[in-house]
Design a protein around this ligand. Structure first.
Ligand SMILES: Nc1ncnc2c1ncn2[C@@H]1O[C@H](COP(=O)(O)OP(=O)(O)O)[C@@H](O)[C@H]1O
Ligand SMILES: [Mg+2]
Length: 248
């Protein structure tokens, strides 16, 4: 059985960083193969992972809309394009969805894509989906299912309110989510008690807090992949503990 873990949260809260460090955690535990899906239009999971991306699935969808090459069925074309867009790395593959839909009808292309995604995901032990702020991608692409929804927030009341809205949207869309957990990122010292209270009154399940880590910024500035952070980095240690707890 494939386990699907989907990231959610306001922009800039650390979804992509945490998705990358989750993949690192899983690989170190020998939990593989993993499919990493970058479903953010402003894709940058590859940078966190240190991988180069040449084509995205967005281009495949564009092609379907304009008609497939003669002698090829749409299914075959889609399969070919998905294989072409997969970036292979050690223990995991990365699939980048690419830019969002433009004008015109993509309904049929989307149906084919989600059908193909389902069978593709079946080849992996874990699928980690990095999403943009909205939840539309989740509802569209992975047949409304996620074993774990990881909501990331900053340590502010407004952030927790946004996290709550995302959780409520997941409920409203009737997504099949088995477990939903909140991670509060970039915490300096203790979590303020007002934020803690906001978490409780929202009924969110707090998995843990990740400290503000100067090393993450330094790696970013130097263009170094976040997954190369040392094992003793504060953020890495905190996240490893959080992941252990969530995956038990
Ligand atoms: N714990 C942290 N400490 C310091 N910087 C962080 C931390 N988590 C994330 N960042 C930085 O915050 C910025 C936004 O993170 P990112 O993962 O891209 O957010 P999102 O994917 O939610 O938009 C990045 O520059 C990242 O390096
Ligand atoms: Mg991101």
């Amino acid at each position: 059985m494939t386990m699907t873990i989907a990231m959610a949260g306001k922009g800039g809260t650390g979804k992509t960083t945490i998705a990358g460090l989750l993949i690192r955690f899983l690989l170190k535990k020998g939990i593989k193969p993993i499919l990493a899906v970058d479903a953010d239009a402003n894709a940058n999971l590859n940078e966190v992972l240190g991988l180069e991306v040449t084509t995205t699935l967005g281009e495949a969808r564009e092609g379907l809309k304009d008609g497939v090459p003669t002698g090829m069925t749409r299914d075959l074309y889609m399969e070919y394009k998905v294989q072409e867009s997969l970036v292979e790395s050690r223990g995991y593959d990365l699939l980048v969805m690419g830019r969002p839909e433009g004008a015109g009808c993509y309904c049929h292309a989307n149906t084919l894509l989600s059908r193909y995604m389902e069978s593709l995901c079946g080849n992996y032990r874990v699928v980690v989906m990095d999403n943009e702020a909205g939840m539309e991608h989740i509802s569209r692409l992975i047949s409304r299912q996620a074993d774990i929804l990881l909501i990331v927030s900053d340590p502010t009341q407004r952030g927790i309110l946004a996290a709550r809205r995302i959780r409520d949207l997941a409920l409203e869309l009737k997504l099949d989510i088995k477990k939903e957990r909140l991670i509060i990122n970039r915490v300096n010292g203790e979590l303020p008690s007002t934020v803690r209270e906001a978490v409780d009154s929202a009924g969110l399940n707090l998995a843990g807090c990740v400290p503000e880590d100067e090393l993450i910024s330094r790696y970013d500035t130097q263009g170094r992949p976040t997954v190369e952070l040392p094992d003793d980095a504060g953020s890495v240690q905190a996240l490893n503990e959080i992941f252990e707890g969530i995956l038990d």
